[in-house]
Design a protein around this ligand. Structure first.
Ligand code: PAF
Length: 282
């Protein structure tokens, strides 16, 4: 497995693979990889001849008071996980390799980004769309793999790929959880022992909401209120949002209609750490 720092090296590797007629999968990540990322890489390896993992903490998707500086990084551990999962190349650029000092072109989206995480983090999806477009242009993959844990991001990327005619498949992969239910996240490492315990209110709320819907509840407020009550019972938790939206358009809904793909998403601060989780009603 290669670990490279420059766009030119990625292009060179991809050119050689293409010359052999091989297919290429891309798993975009911000590093500090866990089992959730590994499941994306394993799936990409199963479906493509060669897999590129990008490992880049993208500065443009962090707001001014967010955790860009403290975001955890460990390239050595990431590389070992990528190799074990069967990746062919890890792309770990410096910010200066990805963004010229006078870079002034961004990919922005008029819809899908005004609710949920886009409401709390107004510049976040502009940064995500921009870096993911750049990665698509650098790697030119046949397919790209994203976790359903960032469900709004998945919907946004799908729409961007459609709108900008990127010739690739976007593959959404299921949430991977710890044994006790907490969704895997690089940000879980910020949690103290007490906070780690408190964070279980997210998955408890998700499972309870999912059960209500499975049992036939169709009123969005009834489901989200039941979920809020579970989170509010946890003293270390502060709700950012608990919402139900149409999964295609990320617009709020009152009622779950038959056949409509619905996303029920939550964001909760546990102490200073903001965690997200969700379930999807297909
Ligand atoms: O989901 C992430 O880790 C990031 O938002 C992504 C897609 C790698 C873009 O930086």
């Amino acid at each position: 497995m290669q670990i490279v720092k420059t766009v030119a090296e990625v292009r060179e590797a991809v050119r050689a693979w293409r010359a052999e007629g091989l297919t290429v999968g891309l798993v975009p990540t911000m590093g500090f990889l866990h089992e959730g990322h590994k499941s994306l890489i394993v799936r990409a390896v199963a479906e493509n001849d060669r897999v590129v993992v990008s490992d880049f903490v993208n500065p443009t998707q962090f707001g001014p008071n967010e955790d860009l500086e403290s975001y955890p990084r460990d390239l050595e551990r990431d590389a070992a996980l990528c190799e074990e999962a069967g990746a062919a190349l890890v792309f770990n650029p410096e910010p200066s390799e990805m963004y010229a000092p006078d870079a002034c072109t961004f990919v922005d989206m008029d819809a899908l980004t005004g609710e949920l995480c886009g409401k709390t983090r107004p510049t976040h999806f502009r940064g995500v769309c921009t870096v993911v477009s750049k990665l698509f242009n650098i790697v030119t993959p046949d397919a790209a793999y994203f976790g359903q844990k960032d469900a709004q991001q998945l919907a946004v990327i799908r729409r961007m790929v459609r709108d900008l005619n990127f010739g690739l498949r976007v593959v959404g992969c299921p949430i991977v959880r710890e044994e006790d239910g907490l969704a895997k996240s690089s940000r879980n490492t910020y949690l103290s022992a007490d906070e780690r315990q408190a964070a279980l209110c997210l998955s408890r709320a998700i499972f309870a909401g999912q059960k209500l819907v499975e049992d036939g509840e169709r009123d969005a407020a009834t489901v989200t209120e039941a979920m809020r009550a579970i989170i509010e019972a946890e003293p270390l938790a502060r709700i950012d949002y608990v919402k139900m939206v149409d999964f295609d358009n990320i617009e709020l809904i009152d009622h779950i209609a038959d056949g409509q793909p619905v996303l029920c998403a939550i964001a909760v601060y546990i102490g200073k750490t903001r965690l997200i989780d969700n379930f999807i009603v297909e």
